[in-house]
Design a protein around this ligand. Structure first.
Ligand code: MG
Ligand code: MG
Length: 260
C-alpha cells in the first residue's frame, strides 16, 4: 500500500521527524567508550515515552526477524549493519556504531539512522564508508521530487556507492513511510533512472543507503535479528525520512544544528 499525506498532515510528519532527529543526536552525544548498548536502549525508551510517541520497534514482528523485537532502537556495531538487537556490550574506542530509530507521533512515522565512530580514534576506512553512505543519501534526496521516479533515487544512491567501491546488497533498502513504518514503494539502493513509481507530493519515503566494506552478503546473528556482513567486515548506514512536496523534497529528520 502507498499512502499519500494530505497537506494538513505534513506538520505532524515534521514533528515526528524532529523527534527522531533530536533523540538520535542526544544519544550520539551520550555514546562514548564504555557506554552499554542496553543503556542506549533505555535512554531511547524514556525519550520516546516522555514525548508521548510510540515505538515502531518494540512489538515489531516481521518475517525477517525472530519474534517481537522487544527493544526501542537498533544498535549495530562494526560488522552488524541492520536490525542490531541491543545486548550487554560496552562500546570500545574506534567502534563503528549505527543507531536506527523509528517512532510514530501523531499517527505518522519517521525513520532515521546514523553511523559514527565511538571515542577519539578515526579509522580511515570506517570514516570513508560512513561518508559514502551520507553522500549517497544526499544524492538520493537531491534526485527526489514531484514527477521523479523511484529509479531516479535508486540510481543516484547506487552511483555514489559504486563509485566509492562498495558492493550493493538489494535485499534491504528504503521504503515508503506513513501511518506504519514499512510501506510501499520499496526504494532499492541501486536502480535504473526513469523506472518505477512516480513520486507525488504527500509521499513520505525513508531513504537508507547502507554498505559493507567488501561484500554484499549478509548473515543473520544467533539472536535472530541482527544482520552482519558475511565476511566480518565493517559496515555503515545513513537514513532520513523525506516528504515529497510541490517543490522538491523536504528532509524531516535533519538534526537541528544541520537545519538551514
Ligand atoms: Mg530505519
Ligand atoms: Mg527504514
Amino acid at each position: 500500500m502507498i499512502e499519500i499525506l494530505n497537506p494538513t498532515e505534513l506538520p505532524r510528519a515534521r514533528e515526528a521527524g524532529a523527534l527522531v532527529a533530536g533523540i538520535l543526536q542526544t544519544l550520539r552525544s551520550r555514546c562514548g567508550v564504555g557506554t552499554n548498548l542496553l543503556d542506549i536502549n533505555l535512554w531511547a525508551q524514556s525519550m520516546i515515552t516522555e514525548a508521548g510517541a510510540l515505538s515502531c520497534y518494540v512489538d515489531y514482528e516481521p518475517s525477517f526477524g525472530r519474534g517481537p523485537f522487544g527493544h526501542y532502537i537498533c544498535t549495530s556495531v562494526n560488522d552488524a549493519v541492520l536490525h542490531g538487537l541491543p545486548y550487554d556490550y560496552a562500546l570500545a574506542d574506534g567502534d563503528l556504531l549505527t543507531l536506527d530509530l523509528a517512532v510514530s507521533r501523531g499517527g505518522v512515522v519517521a525513520d532515521s539512522a546514523i553511523s559514527f565512530i565511538v571515542g577519539g580514534s578515526n579509522p580511515p576506512e570506517s570514516v570513508a564508508m560512513i561518508s559514502a553512505t551520507e553522500r549517497a543519501l544526499s544524492a538520493g534526496i537531491a534526485a527526489a521530487g514531484p514527477g521523479a521516479r523511484i529509479g531516479d533515487i535508486s540510481h543516484a544512491i547506487g552511483s555514489v556507492l559504486s563509485e566509492a567501491g562498495y558492493p550493493i546488497n538489494t535485499e534491504f533498502g528504503g521504503h515508503g513511510v506513513g501511518s506504519t513504518m514499512h510501506q510501499d514503494p520499496h526504494v532499492p539502493n541501486t536502480g535504473r533512472p526513469g523506472r518505477g513509481y512516480r513520486l507525488r507530493p504527500g509521499l513520505l519515503l525513508a531513504l537508507e543507503p547502507w554498505v559493507m566494506a567488501d561484500t554484499a552478503q549478509l548473515v543473520t546473528d544467533a539472536d535472530g535479528w541482527t544482520l552482519r556482513s558475511a565476511t566480518g567486515c565493517r559496515t555503515a548506514h545513513s537514513e532520513h525520512t523525506i516528504a515529497i512536496t510541490n517543490d522538491g523534497a523536504e528532509v524531516l529528520t535533519l538534526p537541528k544544528q544541520a537545519q538551514p
